[in-house]
Ligand binder design. Structure first.
Ligand code: NAD
Length: 303
């Protein structure tokens, strides 16, 4: 399956690198020339469990040079999705499938503004990676990946993607409940990201103060209300799972925290901002998510 990855940062390079090690034809496409030049000249350097290896992989800034793709994997930050998808015209043939494994809510809707929804598959991943410099990444997390059709049907093409990922050591399953799984991950990001980013705390420290525990509870309960009204079924109390994930990543500084630390734009619009928009659409209030979204936006404006 010829796979083209739009956005070859930490995650795009991780998935691309692992897939190409199994002999798959993979192309990394990115607008960051220095990074692409480094991959072309020295290979993609992957650090994994104390081992470092260079991976030789196609990489380009010129999407028109790639040819047609069977699978286009969108791995830009969510605020770049529209632009990245608009650049994929030259990759498309009748059977080309688009997959997003980005964080947050509404990524498939953004893709579907330009791509026929029948060609779009949604996913969520527990894999993690960091970008250490041009052409250099570290594999930092090994959670499960799920992919699923937007209508919940189990399809051959979703199974093919699962098989390809599993062969590359990316543990993946097809899900008939992919929207549910996206929401489950969103609850964690809604509780954790902006709050840790603003307070400067590491993930686990959010569990150590009654104030942050209370704020996380309020952020998640607003998100749960939106999810319920959107028809998402939930088993148990989502906050219990949120706490388990935060405890398991206790020592990490979350990605939004790192974004603020390095004065980069955040993905707030597809995390807490998505809850605010969902609540507005449903005519309910989400004051905690609204406030934290506004605070992050003001901080971003000061960069
Ligand atoms: P990143 O910033 O490392 O990589 C994004 C890349 O996209 C950059 O290299 C950038 O130059 C490139 N880009 C921007 N506009 C482009 C365009 N128009 N065309 C092609 N490339 C373009 O980000 P990341 O950490 O890899 O995250 C990507 C997505 O995956 C995000 O939605 C993130 O939330 C999600 N995610 C990240 C992790 C993680 O551990 N890093 C884990 C799970 C999910």
């Amino acid at each position: 399956m010829k796979t083209v990855i739009m956005g070859a940062g930490a995650m795009g390079s991780l998935f691309g690198g692992l897939l190409s090690l199994t002999g798959e034809e993979v192309w990394l496409v990115d607008i960051w020339k220095e990074h692409i030049d480094a991959i072309r000249s020295k290979g993609l350097v992957l650090e994994e469990k104390g081992k470092t290896q260079p991976i030789h992989i196609h990489a380009t800034t010129e999407v028109a040079s790639v040819g047609k793709a069977d699978l286009v994997l969108i791995f830009v930050k969510t605020y770049h999705t529209e632009k990245a998808v608009s650049n994929t015209r030259a990759l498309q043939k009748e059977s080309t499938v688009f997959l997003t494994l980005q964080n947050g809510l509404g990524n498939e809707e953004t893709i579907c503004k330009q791509i026929d929804p029948k060609k779009v598959i949604l996913g969520v991943t527990g894999q993690g990676a960091s970008l250490l410099g041009p052409g250099h990444i570290r594999h930092a997390g090994w959670g499960k990946t799920y992919v699923g059709e937007l209508d919940g049907k189990i399809s051959d093409r979703a199974n093919q993607i699962v098989q390809m990922f599993c062969q590359a050591g990316i543990e993946t399953e097809v899900s008939s409940q992919i929207h549910h799984l996206v929401w489950e991950k969103l609850f964690v990001n809604v509780a954790l990201n902006a709050l840790a980013a603003i307070t400067g705390l590491k993930n686990g420290q959010l569990l150590d103060y009654p104030e942050t525990l209370r704020l996380m509870g309020a952020l998640v309960s607003e998100a749960v209300e939106v999810a319920k009204r959107e028809g998402i079924r939930m088993e148990g109390n989502p906050m219990d799972r949120v706490k388990i994930v935060i405890e398991a990543t206790r020592e990490n500084r979350c990605s939004m925290g790192q974004d603020l630390d390095f004065k980069r734009r955040t993905e707030i619009d597809t995390i807490n901002g998505a809850i605010v928009r969902g609540a507005e659409r449903l005519g309910i209030a989400a004051p905690y998510n609204e406030m934290i979204t506004d605070l992050i936006k003001v901080i971003e404006k000061r960069f």
